[in-house]
Write a protein that binds this ligand. Sequence first.
Ligand SMILES: [Zn+2]
Length: 240
Amino acid sequence: MSLFAFSCDNAVATETPATATVTTQSAKAPRGVVENVLTKAEQDALTPDMVIQSFKEGNVRFQRNDLTARDHSEQVRASTYAQFPKAIVLSCVDSRVPVEDVFDRGIGDIFVARVAGNFVNEDILGSMEFACKVSGSKLVLVMGHEHCGAVKAAVDDVKIGNITPMLEKIKPAVAQVEYDGDRSSKNDAFVHMACESNVRNTIARIRKNSPILQEMEANDEIKIIGAVYDMDDGSVDFMN
Ligand SMILES: [Zn+2]
């Protein structure tokens, strides 16, 4: 329901993009604090490579504990009736992966889809199509992470309640890993290979099962890329 509500808001805002721009300086906000949110004109001017570059630079600030100061109250008011995010990120639900912070992004900057093991199903694909085709985002980023419990559970063929069918979405990626050593979750090297395989498999599924996103990528309107978040230092390793 909320998707359709957003869609209507976007349709209205597309006709009147000026309503999304707030440039008035708040009396309370310290100097240098970001109050604006991304406008349609700013989103239109972006290329997928520019978005990737902004993510890389934001991740460096995250690693340096130098996140951009934002006036969230002003940003909430500035984005009430419209949003023009630059990307959609598919992440695991893991509490140790704060997606917006990892890329130093704030309100109105990115869509975030989260499911344990960062795989795609029909609903996630629909969310990605909404982000790119309807809302104008330029990038689909599939981000796995080190020491992922969902990947480890898939590796160990865990069976518990609804977790069992969920892991079925990840297990094909585990099976695709060519490795003759210890294929258990005790082996960090194998778990990492399974994590990367899962990201690549998710990207392949996006291209295979979303003709809309595949066509947008072929037309250079978007890029679909993968990455792995490093738990040790907060860095993001972009895979392609
Ligand atoms: Zn995880």
